[in-house]
Design a binder for this molecule. Structure first.
Ligand SMILES: Cc1ncc(C[n+]2csc(CCOP(=O)(O)OP(=O)(O)O)c2C)c(N)n1
Ligand code: SF4
Length: 306
């Protein structure tokens, strides 16, 4: 598919109050185009619930239910159940930050996934609580400066996409603000699948990560090209790398130096060589774990059918 073949209709309107270069607006625009606007959004407290505008005004051209932080997936489950009773197949989509996904809404997310609710849950992961002033979250990477980790975060991030893989749901994918066509296609694919679907988008945030606001898409590409963020997809348990990450996993493309990604953001400007090496070790370990996972799935399926 060419980018010019994307849906032309706009569902995220100009004049909203997001920062210039906001990854959330860029990606939500893409997601709603992929769904052709046939969606009800459920949004817990986050930047999106602020930049969409105060009631009764809204910069988002689909119905939005603003819900309490901890309950986005539960609220979406309820809305879907009531639509089903009315024979309405409108897609119900949670659009939440990493604070609302990794930390505060994790129990509702896990419960809805385990119950197999027929909803799409999308986390735009900017690796911080940006709306309230750049605090650390469970998604903040090791070493990153935030207003609650002045000397750099001392723990590694957890990975909710891997946690969702472990739930055995029909669709799990990661995407990046750097590759909008990939995001568009993954949302379209998710729409065709029934059951609980989870998509997580890396969302480089200019004020939170401290880089110039015209570099959002570039940063989203650099994250993938340096191996720091991995593009993957799992359809009914069949796991595979996608896009640039697939080329890297197959040895067709070399990773860019991780340091190039780190030094282009001021949040990492204080890092020592030892800390950079620790991030490198963590990234390599994650790659080996996932490469093994892909290999194991392929081997198992091959045994099944040969
Ligand atoms: C229960 C509860 N705790 C705290 C808040 C304050 N609060 C509103 S938005 C927000 C940060 C959200 O972070 P995230 O989900 O990562 O989204 P982002 O702001 O980065 O878009 C916080 C802490 C709240 N609204 N409700
Ligand atoms: S702080 Fe970041 S995520 Fe929030 S509106 Fe600004 S650019 Fe977007």
């Amino acid at each position: 598919m060419k980018i010019s073949e994307m849906e032309r209709e706009e569902y995220v309107l100009p004049g909203n109050t997001a920062c210039h270069g906001c990854p959330s607006t860029i990606c939500l625009r893409t997601v709603l185009k992929a769904l052709k606007g046939r969606a009800i959004l459920v949004i817990p407290a986050c930047c999106t619930s602020v930049y969409m505008g105060p009631f009764p005004n809204s910069a988002i051209k689909v119905p939005v239910f603003n819900t309490a932080f901890a309950s986005a997936a539960a609220t979406a489950s309820g809305i879907k159940a009531s639509l089903e009773m009315q024979g309405d197949d409108t897609e119900v989509v949670v659009w939440a930050g990493d604070g609302g996904t990794y930390d505060i809404g994790l129990q509702a997310l896990s419960g809805a996934a385990e119950r197999g609710e027929d909803i799409i849950y999308i986390c735009y992961n900017n690796e911080i609580y940006s709306n309230t002033g750049i605090q650390r979250s469970g998604a903040t990477p090791f070493g990153a400066w935030t207003t609650t980790t002045w000397a750099g975060k001392t723990e590694h991030r957890k990975d909710v996409s891997e946690i969702m893989l472990a739930h055995g749901i029909p669709y799990v994918a990661t995407a990046s603000t750097g590759y909008l066509k990939d995001l568009y296609e993954k949302v379209k694919k998710a729409k065709e699948i029934k059951g609980f679907r989870y998509i997580e988008i890396l969302a480089p945030c200019p004020p939170g990560w401290r880089f110039p606001m015209d570099k959002t898409v570039h940063m989203g590409k650099l994250a993938v090209e340096s191996g720091m963020w991995i593009l993957l997809e799992s359809v009914n348990g069949r796991f595979r790398f996608t896009g640039v990450s697939r080329a890297i996993a197959e040895g067709k493309r070399k990773m860019r130096d991780l340091e190039e990604y780190l030094i282009s953001q001021e949040r990492f400007s204080h890092l020592s060589k030892k800390e950079i090496d620790e991030i490198r070790r963590y990234v390599q370990e994650k790659w080996s774990r996932l490469i093994k996972l892909e290999g194991e799935v392929d081997a198992a399926i091959a045994k099944f059918y040969v």
